[in-house]
Design a protein around this ligand. Structure first.
Ligand code: ZN
Length: 501
């Protein structure tokens, strides 16, 4: 049995090494690769990812998992071995049904589609991107069909990002928040003049933005000996091992929040990856369990910490020193209100906490319609704009600020957007729990001390990597299930105060 487990781990390590190597290439494509490299890179990624898949779905791994079936029942449920067996068995069952050629074709197609998306977004030209999206959508549909039967074709795609979550649950989650959000947006709109964000527009030197953002990320606990920051058109975090976790940011010299909160956000993801227990390295358990749980970490640091009064009590004087011309005449309370101003807008990544989930609901609804064929790709920009008008009262002037704004579909990430809202909900549930055991949390944050919070997150979430399903993890941490009430309560309290509702 020991021998079988050892053999399984050795085989899995090879698969993980190949996948992580593909991640290095994908990171490099978005940060440093010249545009001309796209075609060759697409082939390289297709080869690596196809190979990793073929090595994973072998009969040998299947036989080892089956051989360990009996032992797995005797292992302590919380042990690394037991988690490994459960997690890998589930993934094996899934991946075994998808042909490796399809995995390779998707890698190739999406590498090319990402380049096309960058060009199309720059030119605000949806028709330039449409043939790529057509191919991505068709491959993702094929992938889902390999995993039939399902209740909804979105289910197997969502499952890739949020294991065990079903479309029907996402619908219920959105139904629980949609009307309340629209109502809150309209109450705030009626008092729109109460908050101004003029202070955030101005001349903000990019090098100073970079230095300040990294200073904050390091204070949170992001270890630059095991990470680094680069620039990319769409900010992201990627992990090659828990000792090499990269973040990217994009800078806007005339609007402070983009890079500042983008950096806090990606650092939140990076803290999760850097906090995975070293014993899990190269097993496949050595990364965050789901994108929803991942997003709970990024949103926790970005919003619940980074957009709070205690945080700015400590950091605002430093920010003023970095940008004296723009901020010396601004007081901390006005700054706090400015960074929390809520106003319906077009760009998701810059949306405030109240309107953010409406951006997600729009994408979720469109993806369902595209997958079921209710909506054709020709109609997509129109449908996008119509929903923005209906839910947020704004309409894009061109496709760059509309349907082309997100990188996700070019990456094949259809089924992904819902996890952003899952993350928002979980972030509040997790922080509420942390507050119960850390009564001095706000006092700590207001003196720039984040160690206790990070320690709690490490113990309860990060170190487990993928050992527990999202449902199990939420149960362990909060004692219950994912629940929209804590999140809506948080939003109502925060925004009633800011807008005096
Ligand atoms: Zn994120």
């Amino acid at each position: 049995m020991e021998k079988q487990l050892h053999k399984l781990k050795m085989l899995l390590a090879e698969v993980v090494d190949l996948q992580r190597s593909a991640s290095v290439l994908a990171w490099e494509q978005q940060t440093y690769m010249p545009a001309g490299g796209a075609a060759a890179r697409a082939d390289q990624l297709a080869t690596l990812e196809g190979l990793a898949h073929r090595l994973f779905v072998t009969d040998e791994i299947g036989a080892l998992l089956a051989g360990l079936n009996q032992a797995a029942e005797d292992w302590d449920y919380d042990s690394d071995e037991s988690s490994l067996w459960r997690f890998i068995s589930r993934r094996y069952e899934r991946e075994r049904r998808i042909p490796s050629d399809l995995v390779a074709e998707l890698a190739r197609t999406t590498a090319l589609a990402q380049e096309a998306w960058v060009r199309a977004r720059k030119a605000a030209d949806y028709p330039m991107f449409k043939p790529h999206l057509q191919k991505v959508l068709s491959l993702r549909r094929q992938q889902a069909e390999c995993l039939a039967p399902y209740d909804h074709i979105y289910d197997p795609l969502l499952d890739e990002y949020e294991p065990e979550m079903k479309t029907i649950e996402v619908r219920a989650m959105f139904a629980a928040i949609k009307d309340d959000l629209i109502e809150l947006v309209s109450a705030i709109s009626a008092r729109a003049d109460a908050v101004s964000d003029d202070a955030l527009h101005g001349d903000f030197d990019i090098e100073r933005q970079r230095a300040f953002g990294l200073e904050v990320a390091q204070k949170f606990g992001y270890d630059l000996e095991r990470g680094r920051q680069d620039e990319a058109p769409h900010p992201f975090c990627t992990s090659f091992s828990s000792d090499d976790v990269r973040i990217t940011t994009r800078f806007n010299g005339s609007f402070l929040p983009s890079a500042l909160f983008g950096t806090m956000h990606e650092a939140g993801h990076a803290l999760y990856e850097q906090g995975v227990a070293p014993e899990l390295a190269r097993t496949g358990l050595d990364t965050g369990i789901s994108l929803g749980v991942h997003e709970s970490q990024s949103r926790l640091w970005e919003n619940l910490v980074g957009r709070s009064r205690p945080f700015w009590r400590h950091f605002f004087p430093q920010l003023q020193t970095a940008f004296p011309a723009a901020l010396s005449a601004v007081d901390v309370e006005s700054f706090y209100r400015a960074i929390n101003r809520s106003k319906p807008s077009l760009i998701r990544v810059e949306a405030d906490e109240v309107t953010y989930n409406l951006h997600i609901i729009i994408r979720f609804e469109l993806e369902l319609d595209l997958l079921t064929g209710t909506l054709q790709l020709d109609e997509l920009p129109g449908a996008w704009n119509e929903k923005y008008k209906r839910y947020l009262g704004v309409c894009p002037e061109n496709d760059a600020e509309g349907v082309l704004q997100d990188i996700h579909w070019s990456m094949g990430a259809i089924g992904y957007f819902a996890t952003y809202s899952i993350g928002n909900l979980l972030s509040v549930q997790f922080l509420n729990r942390a507050r119960e055991v850390l009564p001095n949390l706000d006092a700590d944050i207001s003196v720039g001390e984040f160690g206790p919070l990070l320690g709690w997150l490490r113990d309860n979430i990060h170190r487990h990597g993928s050992k527990f399903t999202p449902r199990e993890l939420v149960q362990r941490v909060t004692g219950g299930e994912m629940d929209a009430r804590a999140y809506m309560g948080y939003l109502r309290e925060k925004y009633s105060d800011i807008y005096n509702l």
